[in-house]
Design a protein around this ligand. Structure first.
Ligand SMILES: NC(=O)c1ccc[n+]([C@@H]2O[C@H](COP(=O)([O-])OP(=O)(O)OC[C@H]3O[C@@H](n4cnc5c(N)ncnc54)[C@H](OP(=O)(O)O)[C@@H]3O)[C@@H](O)[C@H]2O)c1
Length: 212
């Protein structure tokens, strides 16, 4: 069996913010960033996304050049997503609790998604389950709350950050990882910069987690 690998892709402003005060992230990245995002998506088999991000931004999941994209995946512990999202146009997998799975059935969400009822909804179990279904190249596109759960458990192997040329200056807005406390052993968890490229007015980076 293949080892699953997890890549995170995020864009952030010069002051490290990843969302606007209205909770969206519209209009801050370029067409090049969109193209780059599609390249990362084309390499992935499954794309894990946070419910808040999908509800706020209603992102497009189809790749612009028509290549097949990765299968969207969402994890919901407290409530189900709205049913009118583009997310549901791509046969997504929805991991949820037994109680919510039952209500998904009631709301017909099970016609729009593969609803996987799981007692364990934490990241390690989700990655294990995705791998058992043949999804080993995994991409996570935030948001910061969902990212935090994966970074906390040290599950991220590759991190792409695009730096966009804006400064928001609002201390209440999160960065790529939004958590109440520092990640454990963060000094021992080092990252190697393997790519740093300027394209027009943005910087595209790739960091790999250095494991001993
Ligand atoms: N700049 C960028 O590249 C970028 C990328 C993506 C998103 N964003 C922005 O990020 C914002 C949304 O981020 P967000 O942090 O509010 O929400 P989020 O990370 O998109 O979604 C959080 C939700 O994920 C669910 N979840 C499932 N398992 C979880 C776990 N182990 N830990 C934490 N949450 C888990 C939770 O719902 P349950 O409690 O129901 O489980 C939680 O409410 C949007 O404004 C979007 O624009 C920016």
């Amino acid at each position: 069996m293949h080892e699953p690998t997890l890549t995170v892709n995020m864009a952030m402003t010069l002051d490290g913010k990843v969302m606007l005060p209205d909770g969206t992230w519209h209009g801050l990245t370029s067409a090049t960033d969109r193209k780059t995002m599609d390249e990362y998506r084309a390499r992935a088999q499954a794309l894990i996304v946070g419910r808040n991000s999908v509800e706020k931004d209603n992102p497009v999941f189809a790749l612009k050049d028509g290549r097949p994209g990765p299968r969207p995946v969402m994890i919901c512990r407290s409530r189900l997503p709205r049913p009118d999202l583009r997310f549901f146009q791509h046969e997504p997998i929805l991991y949820t609790s037994p109680a919510l799975a039952e209500s998904a059935e009631g709301h017909n969400l099970s016609k729009q998604a593969e609803v996987v009822c799981a007692v364990e909804l934490e990241p390690t179990s989700i990655i294990r389950d995705l791998s058992s279904r043949g999804y080993n190249r995994l991409l996570l596109e935030g948001g910061p709350a969902l990212n935090a759960a994966f970074f906390r458990l040290d599950l991220v192997d590759t991190l792409h950050i695009t730096i966009v040329p804006y400064i928001l200056g609002d201390s209440s807005l999160p960065g790529i990882v939004d958590s109440d406390s520092c990640l454990p052993d963060f000094k021992e968890r080092s990252w190697k910069l393997v790519r740093c490229e300027r394209i027009e007015n943005e910087i595209f980076t790739e960091y790999r987690r250095q494991r001993k």
